[in-house]
Design a protein around this ligand. Structure first.
Ligand code: ZN
Length: 59
């Protein structure tokens, strides 16, 4: 089974989810929790995912 992975473009932490929609939620939660000073709206988060997210297999 593969998952979608993206690395936070601020701290480099890898975030993963089953789908891009879930990944969007992960990114938004991560930014809120870890980088509350950063403003990342949903459109920007979606663009970041479409540009940078990749498939990874479960190890
Ligand atoms: Zn981060």
């Amino acid at each position: 089974m593969t998952k979608r992975v993206i690395e936070c473009n601020i701290c480099g932490e890898p975030l993963s989810a089953a789908t891009d929609e879930e990944l969007l939620g992960q990114v938004q939660r991560h930014i809120e929790a870890e980088h509350p000073e950063e403003e990342l709206d949903e459109e920007e988060a979606r663009e970041m995912i479409s540009r940078e997210a990749y498939d990874a297999g479960d190890a």
